[in-house]
Ligand binder design. Structure first.
Ligand code: XUL
Ligand code: CO
Length: 492
C-alpha cells in the first residue's frame, strides 16, 4: 500500500490535536481491515500508486478475454479457435495430444518489442519497469492466467527470464527458488513445463561461449547454472530440458581451437547427463540446432551436424533434437528437411514452432501462419508417431508494432489454429494414400529379390556388374514431382 510520503506527514503535524486523534483512529481501523484482508494487492491499472515491490495483482491480468473455445471454421470471433479442437480425435489421437502446445515465457512475458534500432513498444499494464523478484512473481501470475485462458497445459522458460540475475550465484539461485516456488503453486496439477533451459548467452561472462569458452572459470560457472536449471525443471515436473548453444561457436577461426572447444562441449554434455541421472530427472535432453546469430558460426549448425556431434562423442542415446523452423531456414534448409533429418535418425524430440520472413535473413521468430508449411510439419510429426514427451513450443513473438494485450492471444490462437489445420490436412493426405503410393512406386524396383539383397548389403559389385551386362541401359521413369505437388495442394 502507498501513502502520500513527506507532504502527507507535514499536513499531519500542522493538525489540531483532536483532528489528529480522530485521523489516527480512522487510520488504525483502515490498516486493521487491510491487514486482515491479506497481503497488499496491486490494482489492475497503470496509473495507480501501486507499490513497485508488490508481486500481487488485484483482479484479472486479461480482463475482457474469455476462456478461448473452439467455434469452428465459420466463426468470425477472433478470440476463438477455428481449427484447434483439443479433444477431437484425429488418426486415433486427441488433437491436444498431437500438439502439446507450450507458451514461451521469454517472448510472451519478457518480449518488449525493442530492437537494435528502437526502444520497447510493449507496455503491458502489469509491468512496473523493474526487474525485481516481486515483478517476476507478478509476471508469473500473468503467465498462468494466460495459459488457463488459452487452454494450454505447457510452458517453457529460461532460468533468467523467470527470475532476475543476482550479484552472486547464490543470490541468483535464491531469486530463482522464490519465483519457482510460486510457479509450482500456480501450476496446480494440470500445467507443467514442456522444457526448461539455462540462459547462457546474455551475461557478458558468456561472450566467448559457455561450455566452449576458453576460460575454465566460465565453463565451471555454466555447469553450475545448468545444474540449477535442471534441478528446477525437475522440481516443476518438466518433461524435457533444452540446450541451445547461442554462444557456443566462433567469430574467427584464427583465434579459436575448434577441436578443443568441441571436446569441451561434449564433456559438458556428459556432465549434464551424469547429473540428470544422479538426481533422477527422467526428462529428455534436447539439443536445439541453429547455424548462427549471435555467433558467426554456431557449432550445432543443423540437425545433421548435431547428430554427428552426438554420434562422435557417444551421446546419441542420451539426446534428441528440438527443431526450430526459423533456425532451419537460416541453415539453408526447409523446416520439413530438418524434421525429416531428425526423424529418420530417431532424434525428433520437440519443435520450436515459428517461422522466419522470406525476405529477411535473420531469426524473426514469427508465429507460423502458413498452412502449406504447417501441413509439411505435421506430416513429419505424424510419421514420428507424435512428439511426446516433446511438443510444440511457440518460440515466437509479436511484431514490434503489435502492442495490444489481446494481440498476445490472437497470435497464439492463430499459431495453434494453423498447426491444427496442418494436422487435419496431413491426416487427410495420409488417409487418401495417393502421395505415399506415388513414393512407393518410385522405389518399387527395389521391391525385388535383388533389391532386397542390395538393401541387406548382400549384393557385391561384381554381381551387380554381371546384371548390368545382362540388362543393358537402364530405363529411368518420371519423378512425377508435379503430380506429387498436385496431390499435396488438393489436401490444403
Ligand atoms: C534462440 C532460441 C532460444 C532457444 C532456447 O534463437 O531459439 O530461445 O529456443 O534457448
Ligand atoms: Co528456439
Amino acid at each position: 500500500m502507498y501513502f502520500g510520503g513527506c507532504k502527507g506527514l507535514y499536513a499531519i503535524v500542522k493538525m489540531e490535536a483532536w483532528k489528529f486523534l480522530w485521523l489516527s483512529l480512522t487510520l488504525y481501523l483502515v490498516l486493521n481491515v487491510a491487514i486482515a484482508a491479506g497481503p497488499p494487492t496491486c490494482p489492475a491499472d497503470v496509473a495507480s500508486d501501486c507499490a513497485p515491490d508488490s508481486g500481487e495483482w488485484k483482479g484479472e491480468f486479461f480482463p475482457g478475454i474469455p476462456k478461448i473455445k473452439y467455434e469452428g471454421p465459420k466463426t468470425k470471433n477472433h478470440l476463438a479457435f477455428k481449427w484447434y479442437n483439443a479433444d477431437e480425435e484425429i488418426l486415433g489421437k486427441k488433437m491436444k495430444d498431437w500438439m502439446r502446445f507450450s507458451v514461451a515465457f521469454w517472448h510472451t512475458f519478457r518480449g518488449t518489442g525493442g530492437d537494435p534500432f528502437g526502444a520497447a513498444t510493449k507496455m503491458w499494464p502489469w509491468e512496473d519497469g523493474t526487474n525485481s523478484v516481486a515483478m517476476a512473481k507478478r509476471r508469473m501470475r500473468a503467465n498462468f492466467e494466460f495459459l488457463d485462458k488459452l487452454g494450454v497445459e505447457f510452458w517453457c522458460f529460461h532460468d533468467r527470464d523467470i527470475a532476475p540475475d543476482g550479484k552472486t550465484i547464490e543470490e541468483s539461485n535464491a531469486n530463482l527458488d522464490e519465483v519457482v516456488a510460486l510457479a509450482k503453486e500456480l501450476q496446480g496439477s494440470k500445467i507443467h513445463p514442456l522444457w526448461g533451459t539455462a540462459q547462457l548467452f546474455v551475461h557478458p561472462r558468456y561472450m566467448h561461449g559457455a561450455a566452449t569458452s576458453p576460460e575454465l572459470s566460465v565453463y565451471a560457472y555454466a555447469a553450475a547454472q545448468v545444474k540449477k536449471a535442471i534441478e528446477v525443471t525437475h522440481y516443476l515436473g518438466g518433461e524435457n530440458y533444452v540446450f541451445w548453444g547461442g554462444r557456443e561457436g566462433y567469430q574467427s577461426l584464427l583465434n579459436t581451437d575448434m577441436e578443443r572447444e568441441l571436446n569441451h562441449l561434449a564433456r559438458f554434455m556428459e556432465g549434464a547427463v551424469a547429473y540428470k541421472k544422479k538426481i533422477g530427472f527422467n526428462g529428455t535432453f534436447l539439443i536445439e540446432p541453429k547455424p548462427q546469430e549471435p555467433t558467426k558460426h554456431q557449432y550445432d549448425w543443423d540437425a545433421a551436424t548435431a547428430a554427428n556431434f552426438l554420434r562422435k562423442y557417444g551421446l546419441i542415446d542420451e539426446f534428441k533434437l528440438n527443431i526450430e523452423c526459423n533456425h532451419a531456414t537460416l541453415s539453408g534448409h526447409s523446416c520439413h528437411h530438418e524434421l525429416e533429418t531428425a526423424r529418420i535418425n530417431g532424434l525428433l524430440g520437440n519443435i520450436d514452432a515459428n517461422t522466419g520472413d522470406p525476405q529477411t535473413g535473420w531469426d524473426t521468430d514469427q508465429f507460423l501462419m502458413d498452412i502449406q508449411e504447417a501441413t509439411l510439419v505435421m506430416l513429419s510429426v505424424i510419421k514420428n508417431g507424435g512428439l511426446a514427451p516433446g511438443g510444440f513450443n511457440f518460440d515466437a513473438k509479436l511484431r514490434r508494432e503489435s502492442t495490444d494485450v489481446e494481440d498476445l492471444f490472437i497470435a497464439h490462437i492463430a499459431g495453434m489454429d494453423t498447426l491444427a489445420r496442418g494436422l487435419r490436412n496431413a491426416a487427410k493426405l495420409l488417409e487418401d494414400g495417393s502421395l505415399e503410393e506415388l513414393v512407393r512406386k518410385r522405389y518399387s524396383s527395389f521391391d525385388s529379390e535383388l533389391g532386397a539383397q542390395i538393401e541387406a548389403g548382400k549384393a557385391d559389385f561384381e554381381y551387380l556388374e554381371k546384371k548390368v551386362k545382362e540388362w543393358g541401359e537402364p530405363k529411368v521413369g518420371s519423378a512425377k514431382q508435379e503430380l506429387a505437388e498436385m496431390i499435396f495442394q488438393s489436401a490444403l
